[in-house]
Write a protein that binds this ligand. Structure first.
Ligand SMILES: Nc1ncnc2c1ncn2[C@@H]1O[C@H](COP(=O)(O)OP(=O)(O)OP(=O)(O)O)[C@@H](O)[C@H]1O
Ligand SMILES: [Mg+2]
Length: 236
């Protein structure tokens, strides 16, 4: 099967800090792929690199075409959409308006599907301050989706959610993937990632230390050691 997305040998250095070291990662159509690792493992930097926000070595391809050398807006136009660790919505716009301004055509018709997919239909006319944390997170994801990306990269969408909210989010992310938009899910919420993703990549100190099914990575000695070495990583 041809991958939608392929990163090969991606490395990023900040001065002397090797934040990402030779990372290979492929994502297939319809896939929900997890990317986990302790604090400082390089997960966000990897997303920053492939979306064009930091310089990297290696190659990044989308639909078989190289993205190397392209700035962030050009990568977005090719089909990479991302969210950040904190959700920013326009405070003076409703949820629906927040989505509409992000849509390529600015058209009203296109956002209903995304509102539905993220379970936001009943809060479409709400203002951001009326939303729960879980709804804000979902609105941020919906806004990234209205651009109809080829790949959605999510940085910690589960942060701050309780167990039930995180399970709900997991279901919604699976729906997004099966309805045609593959997702790279970065999160510390082990329950969310290991219960919802079919394949998981684990990073530590910039490198991929394991990849496989949730069961495979859960039992991997290097993964267990990496998390034990970082007691703040929330691996419980
Ligand atoms: N702009 C920067 N300048 C210098 N060093 C940086 C910069 N951004 C990240 N780093 C360093 O790169 C490494 C990887 O950081 P990164 O934020 O990618 O980790 P992470 O896996 O996303 O961690 P977390 O789970 O805490 O979000 C860390 O050592 C970090 O201190
Ligand atoms: Mg991060």
């Amino acid at each position: 099967m041809t991958s939608v997305f392929r990163a090969q040998g991606v490395s990023v250095s900040f001065g002397g800090v090797r934040a990402v070291v030779g990372v290979d990662l492929e994502i297939e159509p319809g896939e929900l792929m997890g990317l986990i690792g302790p604090n400082g493992a390089g997960k966000t930097t990897f997303i920053d690199a492939v979306t064009g926000f930091v310089r990297y070595e290696g190659t990044v391809e989308l639909d078989g075409a190289s993205l190397n050398g392209l700035p962030p807006h050009a990568r977005a136009r090719r089909g990479l959409a991302r969210t950040w660790q904190t959700v920013e919505l326009f405070d003076d716009l409703t949820v629906r308006e927040n989505l509409t301004v992000a849509a390529k055509d600015g058209g009203q018709a296109s956002v209903d599907g995304e509102l539905e997919l993220l379970d936001l239909k009943t809060s479409a006319e709400a203002m951001p301050w009326e939303l729960t944390q879980a709804q804000r997170k979902r609105a941020g994801i919906a806004r990234a989706l209205v651009a109809r990306p080829r790949l959605l990269l999510l940085d910690e969408p589960g942060a701050g959610l309780d167990t039930r909210q995180s399970a709900e989010l997991g279901e919604l992310l699976q729906n997004i993937a099966t309805s045609g938009t593959p997702v790279l899910l970065v999160d510390h919420d082990m329950g969310l990632v290991l219960n919802t993703c079919e394949r998981v990549v684990v990073m530590d100190s910039g490198s991929v230390i394991a990849h496989g099914t949730p069961a495979q990575v859960r039992g991997d000695e290097r993964v267990i050691a990496a998390y034990l070495g970082h007691s703040s990583a929330g691996a419980a």
